[in-house]
Write a protein that binds this ligand. Structure first.
Ligand SMILES: [Ca+2]
Ligand SMILES: [Ca+2]
Ligand SMILES: [Ca+2]
Ligand SMILES: [Ca+2]
Length: 632
């Protein structure tokens, strides 16, 4: 190693370079003798940042840029401007505020593109800059302040801001600031007139000196566009020389304009007192409170709160409160099981609560809330931003997938013996309609009490109802109408004269139940069964037989018969009257059979027919006077 060190020292001495750099050394230390590499195109290899030391001679650094002419004052302001041609190399800018090419002290600004180490060199004349911008008019002092603008139009190319604090478009020394948007390498050129800038901002009034300081402040409002700040140290808006600084928010390319008056800036900050010179220096502060919003630094070097020209520097912490906007669900009643959750959130960390219970997973906007039961629900989204500001948004909504319950009070299942049927309901619906199968061909409008006239038959009534959001309920009932009384036939006794005392009581027909009574004998109705015999003494009897069907329709028939066991009497000429009654169409039809019995079975008949329009009453004798004799 001693030998190697000696060789290194010897080499350095030969080059006249003593101490502040070392030659590139092959890192393949096992491959034999150390070799020294000297790049012929770069006189000075890159400086080693691991061996910084004091008093490095600027004449021995990597590159330098020399003003074009006397009194140019090049380098009055310098800045890195990021990568304005998006070639991967950051670029630099140099202001020569007193350059005269655009007029006396119009100023000029030079842009030098970044490049690989080997391509930098010392003593480059600024006339060889890649790009240059010339002040518009005499005394503009363009290049008094220069800065990278960040990416104000968010196109991937970094942008440039150049201050010309002596510009007079807005008044004597009102100042103007120019924005140059980044672009591909082949679209840059030298000697661009600043009048061709992509945007410019003109000082509000005389002596404002706007553009005396310019800076990118990053993205203060988190809209993706970097923002810039412009100082106007001479502004007298808040008093003579109070100073002012303007914030210009980034925006899309097509929204930038030249000659925008700074009174149209997005925001401005004015000095507290006369001669504060607020805006003397402006800068992006980074994010000093780590809330994600870029912060702003503005100095007022003339401020006197701490004594004459003690100065004061202001820090501004921009901030947009977090906000959640829930667009679905909304405060309404849903007739569905699944609800889509959609929302927007400005910034911050979201926590979900569904019906008051924290949801452990983050539900992205567009998620489906499923398995919700009918009822009232709420969704709460809480967002907390980096600055621990909290915003809460709660939406209450209702699910109702339950159809209304409809209860048909009338008719009830069963058989009715009336042709007028009352329809009535109990239910919670807003709107009902109904139809009766095989009767109604269209839906019928429901009214509170609806009477329907129906003939005998079997019916199915369907009732529908819906609630206010359209859930539809249905109920039905089957009922029948039977108003027809049963047919009754008295098979025995017949309307005749019996010569025996015991008579079989035999009825038939389609009645479900039969009962009877015999006038003047039975005090009460008699139950009847088949094969039932009754014994009579001689005489004439009136039998009334009743029957009904299962639903209670009742019919009655009667017969008058005679018991005569005295055969001697039969030889006498006697007149015996029997009758049989039928109920036909509501009229009582009575057949009267009058017989004259002469000598045993000989028979002379007289038939009488009477029609009466009133019902026979039980136990009432047939008045002979009422008989209409049809004696021939
Ligand atoms: Ca570049
Ligand atoms: Ca840009
Ligand atoms: Ca912005
Ligand atoms: Ca901040």
């Amino acid at each position: 190693m001693i030998v190697i060190s000696c060789l290194i020292a010897f080499f350095f001495i030969l080059e006249g370079i003593i101490s502040f750099y070392h030659p590139l050394v092959s890192n393949n230390e096992t491959s034999g003798p150390i070799s020294f590499i000297k790049d012929e195109t770069t006189k000075f290899p890159q400086l080693s940042a691991s061996e910084w030391n004091m008093d490095i001679n600027l004449g021995k650094v990597n590159a330098s840029f020399i003003g074009e002419k006397s009194e140019d004052v090049s380098g009055w302001a310098v800045a890195g401007v990021g990568d304005v041609n998006n070639d991967g190399y950051d670029d630099i800018i140099i202001g020569a505020t007193s350059n005269n090419e655009g007029g006396e002290n119009a100023g000029k600004t030079y842009l030098i593109f970044g490049r690989s180490t080997a391509l930098w060199q010392m003593d480059i004349n600024l006339s060889e800059a890649d790009v240059s911008f010339i002040g518009e008019d005499s005394h503009d002092n363009s290049g008094f302040a220069v800065a990278g603008a960040g990416d104000v139009n968010n196109d991937g190319y970094d942008d440039i801001v150049i201050g010309a604090s002596g510009d007079e478009e807005g008044g004597n020394d009102a100042g103007q600031t120019y924005l140059i948007l980044g672009r591909p390498t082949n679209q840059w050129q030298i000697d661009i007139d600043l009048a061709e800038a992509n945007a410019s901002f003109i000082g509000e009034d005389n002596l404002y000196n706007s553009g005396n300081a310019v800076a990118s402040v990053g993205d203060t409002n988190k809209d993706g566009f970097d923002d810039i700040i412009i100082g106007a140290r001479g502004s007298w808006e808040a008093g003579s020389g109070s100073g002012q600084a303007y914030l210009i928010l980034g925006r899309p390319t097509n929204q930038w304009r030249v000659d925008t008056d700074l009174s149209e800036a997005n925001a401005s900050f004015i000095g507290e007192d006369n001669y504060d010179a607020a805006g003397w220096a402006v800068a992006g502060a980074g994010d000093v409170n780590n809330d994600g919003f870029a912060d702003i630094l503005i100095s007022a070097s003339g401020d006197e709160e701490g004594g004459e020209k003690a100065g004061q520097t202001y820090l501004i912490l921009p901030y947009i409160p977090p906000k959640i906007n829930i667009t679905s669900p909304i405060n309404t009643i849903y007739r569905q099981k699944n609800i889509t959750l959609t929302y927007t959130v400005s910034n911050g960390k979201i926590t979900f609560y569904i019906d008051g219970i924290r949801n452990t997973t983050i539900l992205p906007s567009g998620s489906i809330l499923s398995n919700l039961l009918d009822g009232i629900h709420n969704v709460t989204l809480v967002v907390v931003d980096q600055g621990e500001n909290v915003y809460i948004n709660t939406i209450i909504f209702t699910l109702d997938n339950t159809p209304p319950i409809i209860t048909i009070n009338s008719p009830t299942p069963g058989t009715y013996t009336t042709n007028i049927i009352t329809l009535s309901l109990f239910g919670g619906s807003n709107h009902y309609w109904y139809y009766i199968e095989d009767v109604d061909t269209t839906n019928q409008t429901w009214t509170a009490i609806t009477d329907r006239a129906l003939s005998d038959g079997i019916y199915t009534l369907h009732v529908y109802g819906n609630d206010s959001i359209g859930n539809e309920g249905h109920a039905s009932v089957i009922f029948s109408i039977d108003t027809t009384p049963p047919n009754l036939v008295i098979d025995s006794p017949l309307p005749m004269i019996y010569t025996t005392n015991t008579i079989n009581m035999n009825f038939s027909g389609n009645a479900d139940n039969y009962w009877y009574y015999i006038e003047s004998i039975d005090d009460t109705n008699q139950s009847w069964n088949e094969l039932m015999n009754r014994t009579f003494s001689d005489g004439t009897f009136i039998l009334h037989v009743y029957g009904n069907d299962s639903v209670g329709n009742e019919a009655v028939v009667s017969v008058t018969f005679t018991i005569n066991t005295n055969t001697t009497t039969n030889t006498q000429d006697s007149k015996i009257t029997t009758s049989i009654t039928r109920n036909i169409g509501g009229d009582e039809i009575v057949l009267i059979l009058s017989t004259s019995i002469l000598g045993g079975l000989s028979f002379i008949g007289v038939l009488s027919l009477i029609i009466r329009r009133e019902l026979l009453k039980k136990g009432e004798e047939l008045p002979p006077d009422n008989l209409l004799s049809l004696d021939e």
